[in-house]
Write a protein that binds this ligand. Structure first.
Ligand code: NAP
Length: 470
């Protein structure tokens, strides 16, 4: 065994022993509500003696067996580590107990009802209230239900912050012992951010959701106008049945393609910005930063729309309108007694259309799979970049080709511009085509070389942005 391995084992044993030592220490929980009880159950299961401090110890019910319950003052005397499982509004009862909290570790687990509810974080407020206690913020992102049921997979991370390192380590050790993963977030100043985590509602999904909803509504109305209203006004034909399958099957691929283009557009804009500025050491504008951060979400929504498009396309031949039309066509050929030749141009066109669609969807599935944390964690940075960037652009190319073949040369015929409006598929190709053209410029050897140099830290001479490397 080499020295390194021996050192690792020794370190592990020391830390396990340290954790076992802590298990000897009683832990006090103030508050016998949902969170206090759930935490108590979890601590007891992990071997910690638990003492509850309650306003009314005699009438405290539903407490886990094995735990003791005292008055708040009595409970505080039994432990140097106290979890405060009480809402912030009730913290002032601690003022009368501040002597008993002298030098003790007080864990603030509280959350608020909304963002910016108070001028300072709950943990900072607590620290001002009992300045002689070592306040640590933590456990607020773990729910009482998860603690009690043990299903901590999705929320096993415990963010911890505090000004006293030893106290923070003690809390982190306890978290580890009950199967959680503590993450040190620094000083108590970070408590404000920690308290905002449970209040966030899909923050990274907001922008993708707004864009998707906007595009979906737009394309749906656009197709209703072009397919239903136009037919009714100009030909007096009722095409309203298209609302259920045909129109959605035009909306989903259009939105899917635009969203996929939007996943890769910020990357190329960023590259051109860097080229223009001649440096990577200058912040991108805020809107570009935000856009880059939600690329994964945009991609996933695009993938979901692609999936819907596949399902909607598969049911096409099962529709009554489809086989009615096929039967009408066969009858008309028979009636006219004409021989109908297979047109090679159309064979190629339809096969190309489906081939691009199938391949595009297949590579898109690969992208979707590699965005799963369990898969992406198994890849190194280069592999991940290869899949998400190179294969991503290939997906965009195949899906754009799939759409272009659908339109073929129709865009040259003035009759497709109903009321002067371009067909939906043409609109959906604008952003992807811009991305592909810009990407093509970026991968030309001389531009690519320049972008690579800039991304390795090189700066163009004469810039007023500080150091010039070459
Ligand atoms: P809860 O069920 O309402 O329990 C709060 C407990 O605080 C009460 O049972 C009571 O215990 C004590 N209390 C109530 N009024 C008090 C007062 N005036 N003075 C002193 N103590 C008082 O609330 P909870 O769900 O357990 O939440 C407790 C804390 O954990 C909150 O800060 C919450 O934000 C945080 N938290 C909760 C969850 C969750 O899933 N529930 C998750 C993360 C964080 P006694 O009657 O025994 O004194």
């Amino acid at each position: 065994m080499d020295n390194n391995a021996a050192g690792q084992i020794l370190l592990h044993q020391t830390s396990s022993r340290k954790r076992l030592d802590h298990k000897q220490d009683t832990i006090c929980i103030l508050g016998t509500g949902d969170f206090g009880r759930s935490l108590g159950i979890r601590l007891l299961k992990s071997g910690y003696p638990v003492v509850f401090g309650s306003r009314d110890p005699k009438n405290s019910v539903l407490l886990p067996s094995g735990a003791q319950v005292f008055s708040q003052a009595e409970a505080l005397k039994t432990s140097k580590l106290i979890f405060l499982a009480v809402h912030r509004e009730n913290y002032d009862f601690l003022l009368a107990l501040s002597d008993l909290l002298d030098g003790k570790v007080l864990v603030d687990v509280s959350n608020n009802l909304r963002m910016n509810q108070y001028p300072e974080s709950n943990a900072q407020y607590l620290s001002q209230l009992v300045p002689r206690a070592n306040v640590v913020k933590g456990f607020n992102t773990v729910s009482a239900w998860a603690l009690q049921s043990g299903s901590l997979d999705a929320s096993s991370q415990v963010f911890v912050c505090g000004d006293d390192n030893k106290s923070k380590q003690l809390v982190m050790d306890v978290a580890r012992s009950i199967g959680l993963t503590p993450l040190d977030q620094g000083y108590l100043l970070a408590a404000e951010e920690l308290e905002s985590y449970p209040l966030q509602l899909f923050p990274m999904w907001r922008l993708p959701f707004i864009i998707t909803a906007g595009l979906t509504v737009f394309f749906f109305l656009y197709h209703v106008v072009l397919r239903i209203i136009y037919s009714y006004v100009n030909k007096n034909v009722d095409q309203t049945y298209q609302i259920m399958i045909s129109i959605p099957n035009h909306v989903f691929p259009s939105v899917c393609l635009i969203l996929l283009g939007l996943v890769y557009l910020p990357g190329v804009i960023a590259a051109f910005l860097q080229l223009h500025r001649g440096t990577k050491y200058k912040r991108f504008p805020n809107w570009l930063d935000k856009w880059m951060l939600c690329r994964k979400q945009l991609g996933l929504v695009s993938f979901a729309y692609g999936f819907l498009h596949v399902f909607y396309s598969l049911v096409k031949p099962l529709r009554y309108s489809f086989y009615w039309r096929s039967a009408q066509y066969a009858a008309s050929v028979m009636k006219s007694n004409a021989t109908s030749e297979m047109e090679m141009k159309w064979v190629w066109r339809s096969d190309l259309f489906y081939a691009f669609g199938i391949l595009g969807f297949f590579v898109f599935c690969l992208l979707g799979v590699t965005s799963l944390p369990s898969v992406s964690n198994a890849m190194n940075w280069r592999e991940f970049r290869f899949v998400q960037s190179k294969l991503g652009h290939v997906t965009l190319l195949l899906c754009t080709a799939h759409t272009a073949v659908l339109g073929w040369n129709k865009f040259l015929k003035p009759t497709v511009y109903k009321w002067g409006l371009p067909p939906g598929y043409l609109l959906s190709m604008v952003i992807p085509c811009i991305v592909l053209v810009l990407k093509l410029i970026l991968i030309t050897p001389c531009v690519d070389r320049m972008v690579t140099r800039i991304r390795q830290g090189w700066e163009r001479k004469g810039r007023d942005l500080g150091k010039v490397n070459i």
